[in-house]
Design a binder for this molecule. Structure first.
Ligand code: ADP
Ligand code: MG
Length: 209
């Protein structure tokens, strides 16, 4: 992994968040408090704004810096959760290295595990984890030394899409939507949607590289 790729990924994430303003806003208005787009936009803009600072860092340091920055800029439930993802991912990259897909997949899994622990949630609770857990499991399975990056990315894009769609028919047992009971059914979880968009953007970038 290169820091250059991390910066390009941050820009791709910013673009997809900005391009999906209406979708993210209306999903969180339907089953949350309507601030998810604003939170994600603030986070994405902040990271792109510090790109010069990130450029001088090793990949694991840049990812840790992203986590720290998100912790202090994104509000809501999603801020500390996404921050813990990046900080846990950075720790594993620092300890194990970042030179293979297998190592990146292991670091991604550690990030997802940190969200599980911090949010005390699991798959099936209508949250971002309905995207992140299946994507992480699939990534670990496919990240073999001979793994074809294009095929892996295409699969992860599909897995994220399916996970995001799966939240539609669930009732929420974590987060703000948990108070809605059956009324949450029929709406995609906003955090699941933003994670799907981010995974799609980063995978498309990796496919081009
Ligand atoms: P808030 O809920 O504080 O308004 P956001 O609107 O930014 O914050 O984020 C809401 C998203 O956070 C939800 O759509 C869901 O995906 C995610 N989320 C909320 N609580 C949890 C949790 N305990 N574990 C994992 N994800 C969660
Ligand atoms: Mg909200």
């Amino acid at each position: 992994m290169k820091t250059e790729f991390i910066i390009a990924a941050a820009k791709a994430i910013q673009q997809t968040i900005l391009a999906n303003e209406n979708t993210l806003e209306s999903l969180d208005r339907a089953i949350g408090d309507g601030d998810h787009y604003i939170n994600m936009k603030r986070g994405a803009n902040t990271i792109v704004d510090i790109q010069a600072e990130l450029a001088s860092l090793a990949p694991n340091e840049a990812i840790n810096k992203i986590g720290l920055k998100l912790l202090s800029t994104i509000g809501g439930a999603s801020g500390p959760l996404l921050a813990s993802f990046f900080m846990a991912m950075a720790k594993v990259l620092r300890e194990n290295g970042d030179e293979s897909l297998l190592k990146i997949a292991a670091a991604f899994a550690a990030g997802v595990q940190a969200i599980i622990q911090r949010g005390k949630a699991d798959i099936g609770e209508k949250t971002m984890l309905d995207v992140l857990i299946p994507v992480s499991n699939q990534f670990k399975l496919l990240a073999t030394p001979n793994g074809d990056i294009k095929l892996i990315c295409a699969t992860l894009i599909n897995t994220a899409e399916q996970g995001m769609q799966s939240t539609k028919d669930l009732i929420a047992t974590k987060g703000r939507a948990a108070g809605l009971g059956d009324r949450a059914i029929g709406h995609i979880d906003p955090g699941a949607k933003s994670c799907q968009l981010m995974i799609e953007a980063v995978c498309k970038l990796a496919m081009e590289a």
